[in-house]
Ligand binder design. Structure first.
Ligand code: HPA
Length: 234
């Protein structure tokens, strides 16, 4: 059943979805990691592909940027496409000088000042946990595959160009290893709809040392995170 934002047929969406922010990353993952993949959504260029990883059916669906965008797609996938699990695979900025570029972070709780959860459900909360079972499973897979992970909270901001963020307060008092823009709405939807969500991030820039990656480097360097997510759905 199509929704205002997704044209896919229900049978063309797997119950497990990997969600990068960038539509072109969804395309790259389908082309490089999946077999028999087919394009299942083009509405607004929010590309989605369904294919197989080691025989397991999976959909890779782009979320776009920000809570508002991932909020729409993840809600519709959970509610109208019977999706059970969404793993966001994205990038983040790190809040400590020792967290190197390309480090991988598995998000425990998303901390946010966003009103998304409040508008969704009337809940006045600023931390939302990822789904424990799914995150524990990802952590176990990482351990089995010798992939090193940081596990901690992330600050989910609605404003990329904020001039008010206090990095030390967010790192030391809120336990946030870095910042991104989508985990809060994803976790809020999963909680509201009794589904599972996790978030794996690759550090694309360091907000203390000011080191950053180019978009081309990012495109090519997220392989470890993608493999971790794919191995975690088997
Ligand atoms: N801020 C917010 N989101 C991000 C960043 C950042 O510095 N880097 C990657 N995603």
């Amino acid at each position: 059943m199509a929704t205002p934002h997704i044209e896919s047929r229900e049978e063309d969406i797997s119950n497990i979805v990997l969600m990068p922010g960038d539509p072109l990353r969804a395309k790259m993952i389908a082309e490089e990691f999946l077999t028999d993949s087919k394009l299942v959504n083009t509405v607004r260029g929010m590309l989605a592909y369904t294919g197989y990883y080691k025989g397991k059916k999976v959909t890779v669906f782009a979320s776009g940027m920000g809570n508002a965008s991932i909020g729409i797609y993840s809600y519709e996938l959970f509610k109208f496409y019977n999706v059970d699990k969404i793993i966001r695979i994205g990038s983040c900025g790190a809040y400590h000088q020792d967290i190197d570029l390309y480090s991988i972070i598995l998000v425990d709780k998303s901390y946010s000042k966003s009103v998304y959860a409040n508008i969704l459900d009337g809940e006045d909360i600023d931390y939302i946990e990822s789904s424990k079972d799914l995150s524990n499973h990802i952590r176990q897979v990482a351990q089995d595959k010798n992939i090193s992970l940081y596990c901690g909270n992330i600050y989910c901001t609605d404003v990329f160009y904020s001039e008010t963020d206090n990095i030390e307060e967010l790192y030391y008092n809120k336990g946030c290893l870095g910042t991104e823009m989508e985990s809060f709405a994803l976790f809020a939807n999963a909680k509201k709809l009794n589904k599972e969500a996790a978030c794996i991030l690759t550090v694309s820039d360091n907000l203390v040392t000011k080191q950053e990656t180019t978009s081309e480097e990012r495109q090519n360097s997220f392989t470890t995170m993608i493999k971790l997510a794919l191995e975690s759905i088997l």
